[in-house]
Design a protein around this ligand. Structure first.
Ligand SMILES: C[S@@+](CC[C@H](N)C(=O)[O-])C[C@H]1O[C@@H](n2cnc3c(N)ncnc32)[C@H](O)[C@@H]1O
Length: 277
């Protein structure tokens, strides 16, 4: 490795260490290329010249850190993202889960909540919302606040209605929100059984007895070791036979926990926890 590259690596490692020690957010096991790209991005947006200068700023300016945090925890999301996935949840997963008296769902890395409200709508349409509880967690307080508010730009509703229909939705999507000026305010009846909470997949522990865990488009930003940690966390958070859902570019297959899960729906990253007998 030439010395510029090595110095670069050291500087990046130091800044991640500094963030961890100062603010408790641990990005050290996130996929390096993506984290570095985001740090460089932030550097070019600020008036700072080097990563070391940025480190000093980060340690002394919480607002600067908050802005960087938004960039580091990519929060892109949408309602009924990947409609065939939600169709499979509707037609296959929920028809299994509805046999149970109570359904516990965990959305880990829920971002601003579009995915949670999508699931709440499915549970409602399946007639099981009243006997369900959704835990919605993320490590980023700002997006979690948006999720709690359940207010989304009205201009997005057109696309979301298309997604909803493709996901098998038959009702009128507009019945699930009230339009006010530029916003769509999600119906309170969808929020009733959602518990919002700050939870960090890197540092926090298990959530008990889940029937369905959705962690989509989160693990893609983690390295293999961190992915394994999270799969272990999920394995230990399941009710027997629980379902695990990942994003389209994510898989359990290469993990050291691959034996604990089987892919149960072709073409979808929907797995089931294998219970050893
Ligand atoms: C790209 S969004 C995915 C949102 C949604 N699951 C979806 O697929 O549309 C990734 C989310 O993971 C969250 N995240 C990143 N690192 C996390 C961690 N260590 N623990 C919990 N959430 C995390 C980010 O804050 C962000 O909201």
């Amino acid at each position: 490795m030439d010395s510029t590259n090595e110095n670069d690596r050291i500087e990046f490692d130091l800044i991640l260490q500094a963030i961890y020690q100062k603010y408790g957010y641990d990005f050290r096991d996130y996929a390096k290329a993506s984290i570095r790209r985001r740090l460089r991005n932030q550097l070019s947006k600020s008036n700072l010249k080097t990563i070391s200068e940025m480190q000093h700023k980060l340690l002394n300016d919480k607002n600067f850190f908050d802005r960087l945090l938004l960039d580091l925890t990519i929060n892109v999301t949408e309602m009924f993202r990947d409609p065939p996935f939600f169709k499979a949840i509707r037609e296959i997963v929920l028809s299994e889960l509805k046999k149970q008296p109570f359904i516990k769902v965990w959305h880990a890395g829920c971002s601003s909540g579009e995915e949670i409200y999508s699931t709440a709508i499915l549970l409602k349409e399946y007639g099981v919302y009243e006997s369900s509880l959704i835990y919605a967690t993320d490590t980023n307080e700002l997006v979690l606040d948006k999720a709690k508010a359940g207010i989304f730009p009205i201009e997005k509703m057109k696309d979301y209605t298309v997604n909803y229909r493709k996901a098998g939705g038959l009702a009128s999507f507009a019945d699930y929100y009230t339009a006010r000026y530029d916003n769509a305010i999600m119906d309170n009846s969808l929020k009733k059984n959602i518990v919002f909470s700050n939870h960090n997949l890197v540092t926090d522990s298990v959530f008990g007895e889940m029937d369905l865990i959705m962690c989509r488009n989160v693990l893609i930003y983690f390295n293999r070791e961190l992915q394994d940690r999270v799969f272990r966390l999920f394995r230990d958070s399941f009710h027997p036979d629980g379902f695990l859902c990942l994003g389209s570019k994510e898989t359990v297959r290469f993990s050291s926990l691959s034996e604990d899960f089987e892919n149960v729906i072709e073409n979808e990253k929907i797995y089931r926890r294998i219970v050893s007998h």
